[in-house]
Design a protein around this ligand. Structure first.
Ligand SMILES: *Cc1c(COP(=O)(O)O)cnc(C)c1O
Ligand SMILES: [Zn+2]
Length: 411
């Protein structure tokens, strides 16, 4: 397998540090000219194969596959959400993966690779979902698992998963960016296998979100909108589109829109100012803890693919994110706060005229509603610093029919 630098394009087979000699990250270079399958072949395979339906373009060398049946998630149609956004929206629900986020797609491929190279211990830094996913897949593969999480900044659902699946959980007195730096040092000293999105195999698995969506829709959407934290996912989406474009399998290349939280918006600032250096955010803040990242490792890749797909970057406030989440939730679909950045961002882009009212949008919901019940309940109880346009607070009643009926009549 060959790897290519995302910046200087140099090709290498040494992927031990995941970085090129120029300091930028490597990407897996799929040999498309040697591909023996067609888009039709992929289409004919059962969707229940999920990530591994696309095996030849994800990990052609995979031996024993570590899988929990990730992928094959629903693509929902919701009038409620479309009306809110102001254009036709489909929701690709990655919260339906085995551990409740899209991270499982990349982790299935990454842990399969860890096993292939004979790793004993896998490690990651995580805002939550990466650790939940890695802990599960490591346990499946009988590998030791170490996760570093920023103390006090992780949603409870995610922390409970990492602990329960049996990972060694270290709560770092610092933020995500500091935790990731520690992981890289720790791995180097102890020969641990790193499964953050610096690992190119993770992104190979995440490409399948886009391919699966395209096969579900049978036509290309005009836009694919995704929340951005460490920017691995949007990079994977771009790579997926470029590979199918190169093969001549796309009629139109959908435009990518990546949405960040206002308080954690390094890519937004960098893109707006057309800066060649990343404008970091030293103290990232947002209720969307999965995208609370100030120094995203995949920013060079992300900008490359935004350019290649004529993409855009948007930012949303926490209030906008939580209102959009309330709409997605009340449609009966539901997602975690960070995920709703895609819907909030799509609405802003439609309002601004960047996305046309007649265009077709796919918003990716990255994680499950139950990941962060605190955020949801606090929103509806009015305990967040903003009003909340769609509150649905529970009502206290006496244990009498009269009191119950009075409360129902007052609705
Ligand atoms: C990891 C994650 C993100 C951010 O994805 P990146 O690839 O880091 O940009 C967004 N939402 C959820 C729910 C996540 O778990
Ligand atoms: Zn390079």
């Amino acid at each position: 397998m060959k790897f290519q630098c995302c910046k200087c394009s140099k090709i290498t087979e040494d992927v031990s540090s995941f970085t090129c000699s120029c300091g930028n990250l490597l990407e897996a270079k799929q040999d498309l000219s040697a591909l023996k399958v067609s888009r039709k072949d992929f289409e004919k395979r059962s969707p229940s194969l999920g990530v591994w339906r696309f095996r030849e373009m994800v990990h052609p060398l995979a031996g024993k596959i570590i899988t929990r049946g990730e992928g094959n998630t629903h693509l929902y149609d919701s009038d409620k959400v479309s009306i809110y956004v102001g254009a036709s929206v489909r929701l690709k629900h990655e919260g339906e993966n085995p551990t409740g986020s899209f991270k499982d797609r990349g982790m299935s491929v990454g842990v399969t690779e860890a096993v292939r190279v004979g790793a004993k211990t896998v490690v990651c830094a995580s805002t939550g979902n990466t650790s939940a996913s890695l802990a599960s897949y490591a346990s499946l593969a009988s590998l030791n698992c170490v996760v570093l999480i920023p103390e006090g900044k992780i949603a409870f659902g995610k922390l409970s998963q990492a602990i329960a699946y049996g990972a060694k959980v270290l709560q770092v007195k610092g933020n995500f960016d500091q935790s990731l730096e520690l992981v890289q040092k720790l791995a180097l000293e102890n020969n641990y296998y790193v499964l953050n999105s610096v690992n190119p195999w993770r992104l190979e698995g995440q490409k399948t979100i886009v391919w699966e969506t395209l096969l579900q829709l049978q036509e290309e959407p005009d836009w694919i909108v995704v929340p951005g934290g460490n920017l691995g996912n949007v990079s994977a989406f771009g790579k997926a589109l470029m590979e199918w474009k190169e093969l001549g399998w796309l009629e139109n290349v959908p435009r990518l829109a990546v949405v960040q939280a206002e308080g954690s918006n390094p890519l937004y600032q960098t893109w707006k100012k057309n800066s060649t250096k990343l404008i970091r955010v030293e103290k990232p803040e947002t209720i969307g803890t999965a995208i609370r990242i100030g120094n995203p490792v995949n920013w060079v890749k992300a900008l490359k693919y935004l350019k290649a797909t004529n993409g855009v970057v948007e930012q949303v406030s926490d209030a906008e994110m939580m209102d959009a989440k309330a709409v997605v939730d009340s449609a009966g679909i539901g997602c975690e706060p960070s995920s709703a950045a895609s819907v909030a961002g799509a609405k802003k882009l439609v309002d601004a005229g960047t996305i046309g009212k007649n265009q077709k949008i796919v918003c990716v919901l990255t994680g499950h509603l139950l990941k962060d019940p605190d955020a949801t309940v606090n929103y509806h109880l009015g305990k967040l610093p903003y009003a909340g346009a769609f509150r649905n607070a529970p009502v206290q009643v006496e244990a009498s029919l009269e009191s119950v009926e009075e409360a129902l009549a007052a609705r």
